[in-house]
Design a protein around this ligand. Structure first.
Ligand SMILES: N[C@@H](CCC(=O)N[C@@H](CS)C(=O)NCC(=O)O)C(=O)O
Length: 202
């Protein structure tokens, strides 16, 4: 199978970490969806990455659907609990991480506009999502070693990707000072090889 993505997208990074943690083989094809040469619409009618292309040519999007599919491909390193409250907990953590990334992307896109056209309300609205989102992660983690259960899950990956994306794209946002326990957790998570190998490259 082939993953179409970029070296900066947090949604792509989430999928690549899942592929690495589950030791699944894949081809990685870079596509700059913002550039004139993008071919993404040939694979994903929504024009977004990540997009997974299967052996038979069929395509899978978005990142949440892709990671659910990948987790079911092999029994090793299960990242999404099969049912019940723990499954719900992990899926909500994933939604939280993706939502923080959505807000960070919105801030970045606004900051790239002509300064005369930038809207302070857009920055404020999304900044509030970042602050509340990180606080929700900190509350969910508490002083536990993992977000859910007793081993790595997609919840940890979603949190790590979101916090890493904040450091990458919103470096002025200090989430560590108000959430020192989350910062310690992140420092440990960031030592995973799957995280190191997917460090964003601008
Ligand atoms: N909810 C989607 C979000 C994907 C997404 O927004 N990807 C960005 C790159 S970070 C993109 O392709 N944007 C292009 C566009 O919006 O046209 C997912 O989880 O896969």
């Amino acid at each position: 199978m082939k993953l179409i993505g970029s070296l900066t997208s947090p949604y792509v990074r989430k999928v690549r970490i899942v592929l690495a943690e589950k030791k699944l083989d894949y081809k990685f094809e870079l596509d700059n969806v913002w550039g004139p040469d993008t071919r993404i619409l040939d694979s994903n009618p929504l024009g977004k990455i990540p997009c997974l292309v299967m052996e038979d040519g069929s395509t899978v999007f978005d990142s949440r659907v892709i990671v659910e599919y990948l987790d079911g491909l092999s029994p090793n390193a299960k990242l999404i609990p099969p049912n019940g409250r723990s499954r719900l907990e992990v899926r909500v953590l994933e939604a939280l991480g993706d939502g923080i990334c959505d807000a960070a992307v919105a801030i970045r896109l606004e900051s790239l506009r002509d300064p005369a056209r930038q809207d302070e309300a857009v920055f404020a609205r999304n900044q509030a999502k970042l602050e509340h989102g990180v606080a929700a992660f900190a509350k969910s983690l508490g002083d536990k070693p993992w977000f859910s259960g007793v081993a790595l899950t997609l919840g940890d990956i979603a949190a790590g990707v979101a916090l890493g994306y904040l450091d990458f794209r919103v470096p002025g946002f200090d989430w560590r000072t108000p959430h020192p326990t989350l910062a310690v957790w992140f420092d440990k998570f960031a030592r995973r090889q799957s995280f190191i190998d997917t460090t964003p490259v601008a």
